[in-house]
Design a protein around this ligand. Sequence first.
Ligand code: SF4
Length: 495
Amino acid sequence: MAKPLRLVMRQTTILLYGDAMKVIQTNLSEEYALREIINAYFPKSKIEYVSQKGDDDYVAVEYMSVSGKHGFACEAYIAGQVCKSQYEANEYSKNAVKKVVSDALKAATGIHLPWGLLTGIRPSKIIRELKDSEHGGDEMYLAREYEADESKSRLAFEVAKNEARYINAKYNDGISLYVGIPFCPSRCLYCSFTSQSIAFSNKLTVPFVEALKKEMREIAKTSYVKSKRIETVYFGGGTPSALTAEQIDDVLGTLFDAFDLRWAKEITFEAGRPDTMSKEKLDVLRKYGITRICINPQTANDATLKLIGRNHTVDDFVRAYKLARQCGFTHINCDIIAGLPGETEADFARTLSTLRERSPESITVHTMSIKHGSYLDMNYDMYALATANSVNNMLEMAYATLKGMGKVPYYMYRQKNMLGNLENTGYCDIGHECLYNIYIMEEVQSIIALGGGGSTKLVKGDVIERVFNVKEVAEYIKRIDEMIDRKKRLFEEFE
Ligand code: SF4
């Protein structure tokens, strides 16, 4: 009789090595999930395959399937310390793979991931879809299924509950427009977006505006767009307010001329950099009835603003905010970032208190993300970044402060390489939810992207089709007809 050992199907052995993590031999089908969870512990690690272990740090995963049982084992060798974990499950699953790796890495590094095994970018979407299904969904679901902290599980549930008031899934015939203006006054340390510095590309703004206007007119004429109600419009970037007042007037004039906006419930215009704002520009925005603008301090610490390459001060933010109020804006959003280089929890508390004094209708709290290709990514070792625990404390501080101000969390998402694998959350006064943010994060409404760098996403039930606009300004100008044709073809396929 064969010994049980012979029944073991050693389907895979994966080894990943430290700083430049390396994988040996793999046919494990959840390799992507494995990479995601390792990146959650080591945001900067690169994972590559090798044929055998070396002297570097590594993670070794073994998966065995025996008589219907599924056994997972992991050995993490980090900084000379070996930590092992084992896990047995009734079925092979992505979470089982992640769990065994996470247990070993947690023991090896001492790092606690507040979102547990959850690596996806839309935590609240999981809850919302469960709530829509016969399975229901409760506030402890993510804690049970993904080993998330109870506070994170509750947060995702709270967001899903707040969003639900504005989502009726498959749902309506509305669409949204996104207009990308890829210019900024300077490049932020953490930015990976190919926005053009307005100082160096001033000449490009003129042909860019012409190309954008052409795209608007052509797309507005399509039967797909004509058959839909435009519910929201979002000007993002880049920094749309980096354009001159005349150019903004020209773009908005064309938008209103080309599209039927009678059903539009909101139009957001990102005036993200306070140093790009002027009374003249604000008056233009008011003339067109822009309902929501974003003025983003990111931090209330001048030294940090200098370090991250934003050419404005906290006073500039305060002035721009005051000016926007004087011009009659009743919905202002302010973005801030937890975990900016060199910042402590006390610094972040100061940022929150600066916002509390002003009480904008919306505040979006981002977690620092080490975006691939950013200056920060390429010079990571030069900057002091807060620990994951400290950034999580900042986010909890934000939650408590903003709830204390009467705001509710209403949309959330996560990005790759965020410190602590944490989250971005949008808070607002009830009734000031930005529908566009909900629609794009929950993928419940088609969004047509115009301008530089946007992605058009057509949604029909569970089917989502995408086409992209090029980001680079000169390319966008040169290939404008292609950008238009791509969308027209997609519309035809989708109709
Ligand atoms: S304002 Fe935004 S788009 Fe512009 S450089 Fe900074 S992060 Fe990038």
